[in-house]
Design a protein around this ligand. Structure first.
Ligand SMILES: [Zn+2]
Ligand SMILES: [Zn+2]
Length: 347
């Protein structure tokens, strides 16, 4: 076994603290890489607090992982020692079901293995995430990371990036479309960058008027303060798509009213409580309410390659791992521009 240092929550009531654990030896199809940076996703906080479902403890969060390869198994074909590598939200899946065969491992019918707070395919070995100094992942779930991009700012692409890239590609959002991005946080700021890169006319919907300047700097064409009834009235019935990145409670019916006929609202944020949706919000104007979860491995690689080609990374604030709890508090208040990334040299 490989000894690893990390930060873990021992139970949902306790803050993250240093914890040592072991990872499996590098198998013939495995890649081991030293973790250099790991992004801090809102779902890390939701999971250590058991907001969604009872978690597996001790829990080492982190699924926006980048680093450099230190060992590869004998049968590994596509990676070599010294390469940069990344891993996102999944580290395995059944590989044979209908969805896996179509590069949709995130929707594996057997359930994909999450990078942390999950079990390996044996159903009993817990997985531990990227708030740690090294990880072993089977080759099929390792991503190539370009040397051209800032490495720390690349980490959030593995979750925030693919989570917003995948639905925009699936619904073919681009030129001629009016796209509204609801919420300007870790996910939202990436959605703005991709929406603009794909040629859409992008509006940011936010409760915070203070974010207007930033939204414009990120490339957004318009900004709507959602607490201003006049601005909401003017935006009603105008958007082809709304990408909803908000993980706090919000009124879906109000946002659905901003769609034009045949418009689609796509949820990628995960509030802790179920939303109440009136059928009238959908049938008046034949609207669709949809959801999308991360992306498959092939699409994640496509997104990373697109970002390398177009110079797209996340806007980040680097933190020391000792400040993780303080950073969570700031993240909950929306006080981060726009993603915390842990410098793993501080572990
Ligand atoms: Zn995430
Ligand atoms: Zn599968």
């Amino acid at each position: 076994m490989i000894p690893v240092k990390g930060y873990a929550a021992q139970d949902p009531q306790t803050d993250l603290a240093p914890w040592s654990f072991e990872r499996r030896e590098v198998g013939p199809h495995d890649v081991q890489f030293d973790i250099l940076f790991c992004g801090v996703c809102h779902s890390d906080l939701h999971q250590i607090k058991n907001d969604w479902f009872p978690g597996i403890f001790p829990m080492v969060p982190g699924h926006e992982i980048v680093g450099r390869i230190v060992k590869v198994g004998d049968h590994v074909k596509n990676f070599k020692v010294g390469d940069l590598a990344g891993t996102g939200c999944m580290v395995d899946s059944c590989q044979v079901c209908e969805n896996c065969k179509q590069d949709l491992e995130q929707y594996c019918l057997e359930g994909s293995t999450q990078t942390y707070n999950s079990y390996e395919r044996d159903g009993k070995t817990p997985t531990y995430g990227g708030y740690s100094n090294s990880i072993v992942v089977r080759e099929e779930f390792v991503l190539h990371i370009s040397e051209k991009l800032d490495l720390a700012a690349t980490a959030p692409l593995l979750c925030a990036g693919i989570t917003t890239y995948s639905p925009l590609r699936h619904w073919k959002v681009g030129k001629g479309h009016k796209l509204a991005v609801l919420g300007l946080g870790g996910l939202g700021h990436m959605a703005v960058k991709f929406g603009v890169a794909f040629g859409a006319e992008v509006t940011v919907l936010s409760t915070s008027p203070k974010k207007e300047e930033d939204a414009k700097k990120l490339g957004a064409h318009h900004f709507v303060v959602t607490t201003d009834p006049e601005q909401i009235k003017a935006a009603t019935g105008t958007f082809d798509f709304i990408l909803d990145t908000v993980s706090a409670e919000h009124d879906f019916n109000m946002y659905l009213s901003l769609l034009r006929t045949d418009g689609t609202m796509i949820c990628v944020g995960v509030p802790s409580e179920p939303a109440k949706i009136a059928a009238f919000s959908l049938l008046g104007g034949r609207k669709s309410l949809a959801g999308s979860g991360i992306g498959g491995i092939a699409e994640t690689q496509e997104m990373l390659d697109f970002c390398a080609e177009h110079g797209i990374v996340s806007d980040i604030e680097m933190i020391d791992i000792k400040d993780i709890t303080k950073s969570y508090e700031r993240m909950e208040k929306g006080d981060v521009r726009y993603r915390f990334v842990i410098d793993m040299a501080t572990l």
